[in-house]
Design a protein around this ligand. Structure first.
Ligand SMILES: [Zn+2]
Length: 569
């Protein structure tokens, strides 16, 4: 008992037209104002109401009370038009009559006056299908038709029409019908027909109709036949061979829960369904999720899922095994959840940094209290060690590597000024006085390419403290910035509040020069001189050197049988 709802509910007035308000309004105004053109072009997707509108328009032109936007439906003209047997309404399907001969016949027709009506109305459907010759033949008539002739051309593809045709017609674009409009029209029809339904089922039909009312109505026809009294979701999904939305929803839940077993069960359950269809359905599902902002998925996750689904479709299009592609696609979606979104990562990092920050804050003092002097590059960790200590190494320790180091790659990502604060804090922890002196005199300049640059202004006792604490400082720098960090102290230029005398003398008059070694004199401007020959090491008892944390670390790692400390030269 096919109802043919599309025919039964075909609109017969402009008011009945579904979802094409602007078109019907403009046409109505033209009819009522008698501002009629001789040729119209209706374009839009199939089933959007072009042909129906053309028929209503033809009737409106011919109605005995017309031309009018509200044909009476009762006069002879209207009745014949409604029954599709008006002799002056000539319909032609250009898809099957596309040649020059067909058009010549039609042109011949235009030469004779209408039999019973006011006008002769030619409706040419799928006009873009005409051959080039046919178009050319039509062109002249279209340009200057007899007064009693009206053309209504309809096409799904106006871009295929020659510009000459477009310029000679009044163009009306029919919109793709929104899902809601189609759904509520289906609802209206089923209410009239007295058929029970689930609204979700109608939405699925409307979605499958893809904005075409006629296609949706054809599907509804089928569904009514298929259903046993009620058009419900199960009937419709079975009929269309699509996955029921609830299953898709729980599939998404399984993906979000990273439950691979549940995903595999889904694949097994829907093994007889086309993978491509499942991927399409998932895409639509995500689209719905995005538009209705159900909040289950972030936009970022939806974006990733979309890309993965698109990849899946690509694989299918090159003929890959469909079950494999589906499994891969769904597993990739699970995998995509493992990547944190950028905002979350930034927030996490900021939280971590703020803890570092608050921990350092209390000990923080103004570093730049006075203008300062000078430093020069100091040798690195690796250089100190062989000069200062000579180990009697046996062969098995020879190839043991450096002490374990902190993870450089992670520390490098953090703002180096915060690392520097952390360094100050660590020095405070180890030796309060050293921390104080360090913070007072040394200020951070930059850290890049494993090189830490700072400015120092230490003099006198401060300088001594720093020299004595050099190994601790160096150790912590390596611990915090990474083991291959080079320290590059810089001169700080004197800027203010210093007497000119001190300014000029600055680089040369550093106290330690009194007892400086020849090597130190070479490095006049350095106030921290960690190389073996500095005053610090000279003053130090060699045995004390063994207690330096760095040396301890070496001993721990290398486990040498003996460690000998030798004075350099
Ligand atoms: Zn009428």
């Amino acid at each position: 008992m096919a109802l043919n709802l599309a025919r039964k509910y075909r609109p017969s007035t402009f008011a009945d037209l579904v979802g094409q308000e602007s078109v019907s309004k403009t046409l109505s105004l033209a009819l009522d104002g008698s501002k009629l053109s001789h040729a119209y072009l209706f374009s839009g997707i199939r089933g959007s109401g072009k042909t129906s509108t053309a028929r209503i328009f033809a009737k409106a032109l011919l109605c005995e009370n017309g031309p009018t936007s509200k044909p009476c439906q009762t006069c002879e003209q209207c009745v014949m038009a409604n029954e599709g047997r008006h002799i002056d309404i000539i319909e032609m399907d250009a898809a099957s009559n596309r040649g020059i001969e067909d058009i010549k016949d039609l042109i011949e027709h235009t030469k004779y006056k209408p039999s019973i009506g006011r006008f002769k109305v030619f409706i040419i459907d799928e006009v873009h299908m005409l051959t080039v010759q046919a178009f050319n033949a039509l062109l002249k008539t279209l340009e200057e038709p007899p007064d009693f002739v009206k053309f209504i051309l309809a096409t799904t593809d106006p871009l295929k029409l020659p510009a000459t045709i477009l310029s000679r017609t009044q163009h009306f674009r029919f919109k793709k019908l929104p899902l809601k409009t189609v759904t509520s029209h289906l609802e209206y029809i089923l209410d009239k027909e007295g058929v029970d339904y689930e609204i979700n089922a109608l939405e699925i039909i409307a979605r499958s109709g893809q904005g075409s009312l006629r296609d949706s109505l054809t599907l509804l026809d089928q569904a009514i036949v298929y259903a046993d009294g009620k058009v419900d979701t199960v009937t419709v999904t079975n009929m269309l061979g699509i996955v029921d939305p609830n299953s898709l929803s729980s599939l998404i839940d399984s993906i979000l829960a990273k439950d691979k077993n549940a995903v595999l069960q889904f694949i097994e359950k829907y093994a007889q369904f086309e993978a491509e269809m499942i991927i399409d359905e998932l895409t639509l599902f995500l689209q719905d999720e995005l538009l209705n902002r159900k909040g289950r998925l972030t936009i970022l996750v939806i974006d990733r899922f979309f890309r993965i689904l698109a990849d899946g479709k690509n694989l299918l299009s090159i003929g890959s095994n469909s079950e494999f592609v589906l499994t891969l696609t769904l597993f990739k979606m699970i995998e995509a959840l493992n990547i944190h979104d950028i905002d979350a990562m930034i927030n996490k990092l900021q939280n971590e940094l703020s803890t570092v920050n608050t921990k350092t804050e209390p000990t923080k003092k103004s570093i730049e209290t006075k203008p300062m002097q000078v430093e020069e590059p100091t040798p690195t960790y690796q250089q100190i060690e062989p000069k200062e200590i000579k180990e009697e190494i046996n062969t098995e320790t020879a190839n043991v590597e450096e002490p374990t180091t902190p993870n450089i790659s992670t520390t490098q990502k953090i703002d180096p000024t915060l690392l520097f604060k952390n360094l100050i804090e660590k020095i405070y922890d180890r030796n309060y006085e050293l921390g104080e002196v360090f913070e007072r005199n040394v200020s951070f300049i930059s850290y890049e390419n494993n090189t830490l640059v700072w400015e120092s202004e230490a003099q006198g006792d401060d300088k001594k403290v720093l020299i004595n604490g050099w190994n601790i400082i160096k150790l912590f720098v390596q611990e915090i910035f990474g083991v291959d960090t080079d320290i590059k102290p810089k001169k700080k230029l004197v800027t203010k509040k210093e007497t000119p005398k001190e300014e000029t003398n600055a680089p040369e008059t550093i106290e330690p020069q009194h007892n400086a070694t020849p090597q130190e004199i070479e490095q006049t401007n350095s106030c921290i001189m960690p190389e073996g020959k500095t005053e610090a090491s000279i003053d130090k008892d060699p045995k004390e050197l063994l207690n330096e944390p760095m040396i301890q670390e070496f001993i721990k790692c290398l486990k040498p049988k003996r460690v000998v400390v030798k004075q350099k030269s």
